[in-house]
Write a protein that binds this ligand. Structure first.
Ligand SMILES: C[S@@+](CC[C@H](N)C(=O)[O-])C[C@H]1O[C@@H](n2cnc3c(N)ncnc32)[C@H](O)[C@@H]1O
Length: 173
């Protein structure tokens, strides 16, 4: 005897055309990221009157950002330090004036990257196989950017730049 299995399709969980890169969700790619619309719907369905969300495997913090958007405090943990850095950057409110100030300084740095900088002034971070992953010119430019970021005194703005730097390193390797 066979039992007929009925399939039920709930299209309310179908976000095929949704913009998944709104707010800070556009920061940095990461494997198996949750679609923000799923976190949003779960919070709406199960988090009514919640004052705190805890995500023990928060990855890059999709659920934390969605909780914050709804005015809910959020705490996340993750084994991966890169995930924690991205989650932190995505959920930290920045001083926009200070950020703009650093972005302007970075644009000036961008100019010197294009027109050359004295190589003897560059401090390199060496690690095994660096010459396999990056050609010398790229190593030079990345080192200049890293030196710039290391001098940022405000931790939140430094994290913001580090997250952008991490994507840049990945794309230029
Ligand atoms: C599927 S990802 C989560 C992605 C996240 N929802 C997002 O949107 O970015 C699962 C995460 O669990 C983390 N993880 C795995 N085992 C863990 C453990 N024992 N403790 C904490 N985090 C863990 C991994 O580092 C990974 O970031």
């Amino acid at each position: 005897m066979t039992t007929a299995i009925k399939k039920h399709r709930d299209i309310s969980w179908d976000f095929v055309r949704a913009d998944t890169k709104t707010f800070t969700h556009c920061f940095h790619n990461y494997p198996a990221m949750m679609i923000p619309q799923i976190a949003e719907k779960l919070i709406e369905e199960f988090g009514k009157n919640a004052s705190l969300l805890f995500d023990p495997y928060c990855g890059t913090g999709t659920s934390l950002v969605e909780a914050n958007i709804k005015g809910i405090n959020a705490v996340g943990t993750d084994l991966n330090p890169l995930a924690r850095l991205i989650a932190k950057a995505k959920t930290t409110i920045l001083d926009f004036k200070l950020l703009n100030d650093y972005l302007s300084r970075f644009e000036q740095l961008d100019f010197s990257l294009l027109f050359g900088i004295d190589p003897s002034t560059i401090q390199y971070n060496r690690f095994p196989n660096i010459d396999y992953w990056f050609d010398k010119k790229i190593q030079e430019k990345l080192a200049i950017i890293k030196n710039f970021i290391e001098k940022i005194e405000n931790d939140s703005i430094k994290n913001f730049f580090l997250v952008a730097f991490s994507e840049t390193v990945r794309e230029s390797s």
